[in-house]
Write a new protein. Sequence first.
Length: 256
Amino acid sequence: MKWLWCCLLSLFLQAAPAASAPAAATTASAPAATPVIKLTSLDWPPYTGADLPEQGEVTLFLRTLFGELGYPLQVDFLPWPLAVAKVHSGKEGHLGYFPEYQLTSPDYLQTVAIGYSEIGLVERRDNPLLLTDAHQLAGLRFGVVQDYLNMVKLDALIAAGELKPQISQSDRANVLKVLRGELDAAVIDNRVLQYLLQHDKDIQQGALKLQFSQSLKEHKSLHLVLKNTPQNVELIKKINQKIRQHKTRFLTPSLK
């Protein structure tokens, strides 16, 4: 009888389903989201601008570069002093700002050139300045935009108190002042001036009265500036490599 019971028990155990192992995870852990690169800029057509096609040619160039590095790009367009201040504070996660003229600061890193600017003066055609030295502006009414860098010698004279410009909040405001005869001249990028002459309705009306002066011109390179952190040191190396790859086949002649 004992033998029969053992046989029956053996048959029952063979027929019973084996205890199932813990189910394997059916879903893999979700990949980490790609971080969005946040930058600030300003409305400075045709280079940058919230309402421009592709937000401006320099913005398009940077978006292409970051896209190839695998990063989505978010650009917040602000008045220039605020654009710089937001990056400096870092409170909202902005890594850098653009476009900036070449600068030397231990707080920031900058890329190789992402474009070029010809900076000079807007003047009236019926009152050409024909200046040979920035000191000659001392006898003239001239304007600059708040917190913009100007020609090197001009900025040095302003800093020393030898020249006292009128300060405006935008290039547009300065151009209108020159057009109305309230200023003799104002510092401006040549391409920004040409854009305003062609696209700004108020300035278009007097476009034939204005010109880019042949006096005191200076060529400057444009750069993306990032906060100086170990992570950004590595990031800027990758960006520079991409810029060099694209420079001959992507940038418009004005940016090369």
